[in-house]
Design a binder for this molecule. Sequence first.
Ligand SMILES: Cc1ncc(COP(=O)(O)O)c(C=O)c1O
Length: 396
Amino acid sequence: MSKTTDPSRWGDATKLVRGGLHRSPHGETSEALFLNSGFVYDQPETAERRFAGEDDGYVYGRYGNPTVTMFEERLALLEGAEACYALASGMASVFGALACQLKAGDHLIASRALFGSCYQVVTSILPRFGIRTTLVDGTDLAAWKKALESETKCVFLETPSNPGLEVLDLEAICRLAKSKGANVVVDNIFATPILQRPLSYGADVVVYSGTKHMDGQGRVLGGAIVSSRKFKDELLKPFLRHTGPSISPFNAWVLLKGLETMKLRVEAQSVAAQTIAEALAGLPGVTRVLYPHLDTHPQSKLARKQMRLGGTMVTFEIAGGKSKAFDVLRHLEIIDISNNLGDAKSLMTHPASTTHRNIGAEARATMGISDGMLRLSVGLEDTADLISDLKQAIAA
Ligand SMILES: Cc1ncc(COP(=O)(O)O)c(C=O)c1O
């Protein structure tokens, strides 16, 4: 196949605009929205064949939908993966990717710097079903090595992590996990497939919240699991079709359209985030700035190797703890106070009192989340305006 007829040889921008496109007989320009829950059959035998898996057609919205398929194929193509399964949210994807492969008696290892809900899934929900879990300092390869045992079925990690932007060595962790036959599941939500490709370092499964950069404009919830065809057919489908966390066709359509501009947005937001991180580093009252491609980041060398740009998120600490951090939030004039991220609008949150409130002070301390920490999701506004807003809010 030539470069133009083989979609796997297209560049990322072409994949994001044209990948997975299946036009209906009407020849619509934009992808069609099939807003339907069920499907009809010309003959009872057709229905029987579809339920027997002898015919690829659709049977029911919980099993699949043509708009959802277009989104799945586009994302799988971008990621260079065999398969993708779209879901209702990022958390449905995290839980589905882990629960579909684990059973009572299995062992799971996770990096300890996790998004609050991921931490709850690993430390309290999965253990209720007899799954043993161990949390490790993800930056410490010796800790991963020590924690791996013969019952370890799966390794789960977030890089960069939310909100501390800890960067983990994908290649080394995948190699260690593989030596014990464990599957590696990577939450790639902060980096996005535009900046980092965990499968190319040996990961087995990548999970996304479509709610973030894929939508990128604060409209819908969604999620996706990217994997091999075998993982999708043998583990994901039997688990997810019967438990039902399906994405709505409308949300999949919004995400499909969001993918078309994701590369432009993520690159522009990352360039702005780097400039903002550098500006914040020199401000009085700012005691620490965490940004993967900043020289002062503890894993900056690794981050430059793994991530094409430093990402859209900047985390920083303010002297004076929670009350001073709240003062900064109160004085923002352009940036909004919000725990969402990856949006065209710049958003800021205080993780200790929001996304990481329920995990408790002790767990926050092990993740390095202080009371003076603020997490900024850089949007698409003028960078100079955002820097002015941050300067006046921090000085106020
Ligand atoms: C790292 C990480 N994983 C998972 C999620 C969950 O995504 P969703 O809100 O779409 O369920 C989030 C959401 O903030 C996140 O930041």
